[in-house]
Design a protein around this ligand. Structure first.
Ligand code: F58
Length: 828
């Protein structure tokens, strides 16, 4: 019989104990009772699963307690709405957050198991494209660590970001089958499902009280099923919920079709429904007008808002207090439909009048913008919107009508301004502007670095800033020191702990300031260099095993790892490499310190220029690495399949971090922070968070080059002509001519023409304008690198002063300035 006591498994040591013996017993039990295996026939995956379940049990007790306590405390809950979460492997992170990494290693040893091998078995959940998705994952980590009650809502993509293979130098996309061996971290909740409507039409009716209401008669209803993953904080018992929605058909079969013998049509509905959460769109800028993408956005937003309303009704009650209990952050415009969806639920399902519904909605949402690139601002054709989400469009029209009335009065019918502010862009095809929907529906709007926020206010959101200056905030991004130091760089973590005397720096990264006093200490320099060299050695060994490419850990590791995009300017880096290659061959006196150039990053599958850049990197690598004359001087490597796991190897191994986007284009960047946290020095432009990183670490510890954002604008206004630069710089001309000569293409002179021609004719990201400054800065780097005491000192100071760029600080700022949420500590 189940009694109140026996229903409390949270006291069973095999399930919750953190001792070595408890872990061993739990592992053995799980291998047998969950995986159904004897040890001698267990596969690597069985062993990983048993280990993961062992750790998950320990999370569950904390998670359920957190949920219960949050409910009782009545605290405000933050809901993070994000179409992407780029989580990285769970097991290692959870071991660290539970404080049992070493105990688990010993337990494994006693069972004859190597923890490293177990960890390497995990397939990382790659449910994001790049910075935006990874930011969401860092924020989930910091929310739990900061003890803020939070739910992360998103989509449980069956296929995450593609795996990248390199074949003949080209990127080839392979589907990411992360779920094929099962996912031990998630708990499916078949009873937590919500219907999501699409298509059909709306009709008015009178309710029992005689009020006019609207009914949406859908053409398709799909169901979202919750899949929950606990997210544990570091060193605390708080565990938050990451709830991802999987799409399924409301009925497995269309029985009518089935009974008439049309088996295929019967199954079709099921397939169509499941397609919605099938695959992550692999673009790092929005693809225009894809129906499935809009379906995905509405799918997860509708499930999430329905869930929030359900939770509120079940725990608190009246909807007028909804915004006191929930605050929802829109991670870019992908979840912006939430504004219209909450209105729909309040109006159509709960019978509220417009004004109180709008008051609740508007107090609920806050919006983060992550891009300034005008072509990246999301809009949807009205025609598609009307067909797919007829009721939402009506609501958006009404929001717009009321909003524009306000604008009209405020600016005395300034028609041009009204057109600019409208949620609907007029033109050949009318479109819904998602950023405007998010801005109008939110009480706060923020950018992700100081420069980015300033530019938001003066460019893409200028009219909104003039209208509501107080709604704008800056919250500079941050990254998780657990993921990007403790997990990624064990040796550095140990050294930092020994300097600080304890592990407190792991949750207060500003504690690393203590390192400053050791910046001149020769003995400490040696320790510091040993840590860096070991990380370089580890990367070298991994790379050799994985790709057969050999690199020398004694050389300067110069790393550019991020999505491949013209604005990030991987090709500027390449121009420098080709220049070096050419000089080393032609000038026997020219012998800069040996360097290994490492690139990592995926290109959107439909982005031809980015794919050509990957091809060029590999083509240059092939020629340079195969040329005995330059061997020992420079080497070029494209590290395939850059993701969180490979990032964890690259960040610790880098001496130099390339952050070389054109000023004004990179909203913040977060790789810049991950590298600097691991003691790499940055070569960078005055773009995104680089500016603040440079201020923090000291300009003398940062290699700055390039045009400022104001200079970029000026040059473009003056009529930028890249060919003038080509003609005025013989070294640059030689480099571009070499690329055009077929040297890197087995004689094919046309292969890289689209790239070189684009540089000479348009050069939208001003690669040529910044080339000379970049090369001079690289020459300075060669000089400084040879002074190893100076370099080491700079590296130490970068780490000592990087504390501000922890996601814990970013979350604290959101919590205090925007969300108004308080920590709710949980006792184990
Ligand atoms: C990135 N955006 C910014 N978008 O480019 C970067 O500067 C910033 O540091 C980071 O966000 C976090 O704020 C980004 O990663 C995407 O990947 C989207 C994926 C979905 C389609 C639109 C772009």
């Amino acid at each position: 019989m189940v009694t109140a006591e026996t229903s409390q498994p949270v006291t069973d040591p095999t399930r919750i104990g953190l001792t070595k013996e408890a872990l061993k017993q739990a592992f053995v039990d799980n291998l047998f009772y969950i995986q159904g295996r004897f040890r001698d026939v267990a596969t690597a995956n069985d062993i990983y699963m048993a280990a993961a379940f062992t750790v998950r049990d320990r999370l569950l007790a904390r998670w359920l307690k957190s949920a219960q306590h949050f409910k009782e405390s009545g605290a405000r809950t933050l809901c993070y709405l994000s179409a992407e979460y780029l989580l990285g492997p769970h097991l290692i992170n959870n071991l660290i957050n539970l404080g049992i990494l070493e105990t688990a290693r010993e337990a494994g040893e006693e069972l004859g198991l190597d923890l490293g091998e177990i960890l390497a078995t995990e397939e990382e959940p790659g449910l994001g494209n790049g910075g935006l998705g990874r930011l969401a994952a860092c924020f989930m980590d910091s929310l739990a660590t900061g003890q803020i009650p939070a739910i992360g809502y998103g989509i449980r993509y069956e296929f995450g970001i593609f795996d990248q293979a390199i074949e003949n130098g080209w990127q080839v996309e392979k589907s990411d089958t992360w779920l094929k061996n099962g996912n031990p971290w998630e708990i499916p909740r078949p009873k937590i499902t919500f219907p999501v409507r699409y298509f059909g039409h709306t009709e008015p009716y009178q309710d029992e009280q005689g009020r006019l209401r609207i009914r949406w008669i859908p053409g398709l209803v799909v169901e979202g099923v919750a899949h929950d993953t606990p997210i544990l904080g570091y060193g605390v018992a708080n565990a938050n919920l990451l709830r991802l929605w999987k799409a399924q058909a409301t009925e497995s079969f269309d029985f009518q079709a089935f009974s008439t013998g049309d088996y295929y049509r019967a199954v079709q509905a099921k397939i169509e429904a499941e397609t919605i959460s099938k695959v992550l769109y692999p673009n790092d800028e929005p693809a225009v007008g894809k129906e499935l993408r809009l379906k995905q956005q509405y799918f997860f937003v509708s499930c999430s808002i329905q869930d929030m309303v359900r939770l509120h009704l079940a725990t608190v009650g009246p909807l007028d207090t909804f915004a006191d209990k929930f605050v929802a952050q829109l991670n870019d415009t992908h979840p912006a439909l939430a504004v219209a969806e909450l209105m729909r639920i309040l109006l159509d399902e709960h019978g509220l009048a417009w004004e109180p519904a709008w008051d609740i909605t508007h107090r609920t949402f806050a919006f983060t913008n992550h891009t300034l690139l005008p072509e990246a601002l999301e809009t949807w054709p009205i025609e598609l919107f009307e067909r797919l989400l007829p009721r939402l469009l009506e609501i958006i029209y009404e929001i717009n009508r009321r909003f524009l009335d306000e604008v009209r009065v405020r600016y005395l019918a300034d028609e041009a301004r009204i057109a600019r502010l409208s949620l609907i862009a007029e033109g050949e095809t009318r479109r819904v502007r998602m950023a405007h929907l998010a801005a109008v529906g939110s009480f706060a709007i923020n950018g992700v670095a100081a420069l980015h926020t300033d530019l938001l206010k003066t460019t893409v959101m200028r009219d909104f800033h003039e209208l509501w200056p107080d709604r704008f905030h800056n919250v500079t991004n941050g990254v998780s020191p657990r993921r990007f130091i403790v997990v990624s760089n064990r040796r550095l973590a140990r050294l930092l702990t020994s300097v600080c005397g304890n592990e407190d720096w792991m949750r207060d990264l500003t504690a690393l300031r203590r390192l400053e006093s050791l910046a001149e200490d020769q003995g400490f320099h040696e320790d510091w260099r040993r840590v860096k060299l070991a990380a370089k050695d580890q990367l070298a060994r991994w790379l050799a095993a994985k790709t057969g490419v050999r690199i020398d850990p004694q050389t300067l590791f110069d790393v550019q790892a991020k999505r491949i995009h013209e604005y990030k300017r991987q090709h500027l880096n390449l121009l420098h490499i080709v220049g070096l290659y050419q000089r080393i061959k032609q000038d026997a006196q020219f012998r800069p310190p040996p360097r290994t150039f490492l690139f990592g990053g995926k290109a959107a599958p439909s982005y031809a220029m980015a794919k050509l850049i990957i091809k060029l990197i590999n083509a240059v690598a092939e020629v340079v690495n195969g040329d005995p004359q330059v061997n020992g001087h420079i080497r070029v490597v494209f590290v395939p399949d850059f993701n969180v796991t490979t990032g964890q190897l690259l960040y610790p191994a880098a001496d130099l971090s390339e952050q070389i986007s054109l000023a004004g284009k990179e909203a913040s960047g977060t790789g810049n922070m991950k590298f600097a946290m691991n003691g790499a020095l940055t070569i960078g432009t005055l773009d995104g968070a680089n500016i603040e990183i440079r201020d923090a670490v000291g300009p003398e510890n940062f290699f700055l080059f390039g045009l400022t954002e104001a200079e970029v604008r000026q040059r473009q206004a003056d009529g930028y002509r890249p060919s003038d630069i080509y003609h005025g710089d013989p070294e640059l001309a030689t480099i571009i001519d070499l690329i055009d000569s077929g040297l890197f293409a087995h004689g094919d002179k046309t292969l890289f023409r689209p790239l070189t021609e684009n540089l000479l004719r348009h050069d939208p990201f001003m690669v040529l304008a910044d080339f000379r400054a970049y090369v001079s800065c690289q020459t300075l780097i060669d000089e400084v690198f040879q002074d190893s005491a100076r370099w080491t000192r700079m590296s130490i100071l970068n780490v000592a002063r990087i504390g501000h760029f922890s996601s814990d600080r970013a979350i604290r700022e959101y919590g205090e300035r925007i969300w108004k949420v308080e920590p709710v500590p949980i006792q184990v």
